[in-house]
Design a protein around this ligand. Structure first.
Ligand code: MG
Length: 377
């Protein structure tokens, strides 16, 4: 059977690796829709190569012609039609904007391969409500959550005692706190083990990303926050672990390459060739350390917003998106990313989650708040 994929976020780091998987197994996978933000060149090259039924730019009009047989979607048509013809909705867009696609795919009862963290960080309550109602197949693509899924034998409802997320520690692991004020965007973009997009690489350096992953794990596996631990593992070979009642711990090991969790999200429970297995004797030792929480306040900010729930994680995420953009433009320092997030969380009152429209409004207000804090307008 050929699995038809609607890929949202085809021009990003994850999106391009989804294309690699499809390219390697054309008899198993094809695209029914390709959507990205504004990278017209990338979209038209992929449309030419893969000939999906639909192609769209979410942020602007396409100014060049698409190959014959590929229908361009515009504006509101995108959300309405992009999952029409697919077996799997692959949500690889980054940021809050991914949530609308996840909710739409869930409403259509599509299988969802979820690489967009914000869908669960901001919209966890709405997405899980929809997923449970429809009995959805919601498959994690984030390497840590894919590792947990594997250690749980592909059962999100399997019993466990603890979920243990690994973190590489990012480029500033073990750097003295006073040095953290001097680090630049260029330093932060040098991630030791993973090649990723700009926003998530900075979020990995601040450990905000790891805080997001704690929230994702809570929603995906119905965990209490007290059941989720995080440990630094600089080699990024063990992608996460599950501890059971009897003291057993199951780990998933692989070289750090997103094509494995991407491919597995599409084929599980079946496994097909993807990477060479890790050469353990060549790797030598695998190390584990406690997380340096005091140097990376974004981690605790994210976890406490997750514990608070409601609209707090949406405020956190919106402020972080604004702050990271400012940091990448050298407008604020590394440590001011956490200050910006903390300020927005203090100023915007907490609400219980009602619907998507309310989250959009919260997102908008938190962005304005963060911009005021940074640019003083
Ligand atoms: Mg991850």
């Amino acid at each position: 059977m050929n699995t038809r994929i609607s890929l949202i976020g085809c021009s990003g780091s994850i999106g391009r690796q989804v294309c690699d998987v499809v390219r390697r197994y054309p008899e198993r996978f094809s695209f029914s829709a390709l959507v990205c933000g504004s990278d017209e060149k990338c979209l038209s090259a992929l449309a030419e190569e893969f000939r999906p039924a639909f192609a769209a730019l979410a942020d602007r009009e396409i100014s060049i012609s698409l190959p014959q047989g590929v229908r361009q979607l515009r504006g509101e048509e995108i959300l309405r039609h992009c999952f029409e013809d697919c077996d799997v909705a692959f949500i690889a867009a980054s940021g809050f904007s991914g949530l609308s696609y996840t909710l739409r795919a869930a409403a259509l009862k599509k299988k969802i391969a979820l690489a967009n963290k914000e869908s669960l960080v901001c919209g966890g309550e709405l997405v899980m409500r929809e997923a449970e109602r429809a009995g959805l197949d919601l498959v994690p693509v984030d390497s840590e959550h894919s590792a947990l899924f594997q250690a749980l034998s592909f059962r999100r409802d399997a019993p466990y005692a603890k979920l243990i997320l690994t973190a590489s520690g990012g480029p500033f692991f073990r750097l003295p706190k006073e040095k953290l004020n001097e680090v630049t965007a260029q330093d932060a973009l040098r991630h030791p083990t993973w090649k990723m997009g700009g926003k998530i690489t900075i979020d990995s350096a601040t450990l905000l990303n790891k805080g997001y992953e704690v929230i994702e794990a809570k929603w995906l596996y119905g965990a209490e926050f007290s059941q989720i631990e995080t440990v630094v593992h600089p080699q990024s070979i063990v992608h996460s672990l599950v501890a059971f009642e009897d003291g057993s711990v199951m780990a998933q090991l692989a070289y750090p390459d997103m094509r494995l969790p991407i491919q597995l999200a599409l084929t599980y429970p079946e496994r097909i060739p993807c990477l060479p297995q890790p050469d353990l004797s060549a790797l030598g030792s695998l190390q584990f350390y406690p997380l340096e929480r005091e140097n990376f306040p974004c981690f605790d900010l994210a976890v406490s917003a997750g514990k608070q729930g409601g609209t707090a994680p949406t405020v956190l995420n919106a402020a972080a998106e604004v702050a990271v953009t400012a940091f990448l433009q050298n407008r604020i320092t590394f440590l001011q990313i956490a200050d910006t997030v903390s300020c927005a969380l203090d100023l915007i009152p907490f609400e219980r989650v009602k619907d998507f429209g309310q989250l959009c409004e919260t997102d908008r207000r938190a962005r304005i708040c963060a911009e005021h804090y940074i640019y003083g307008k």
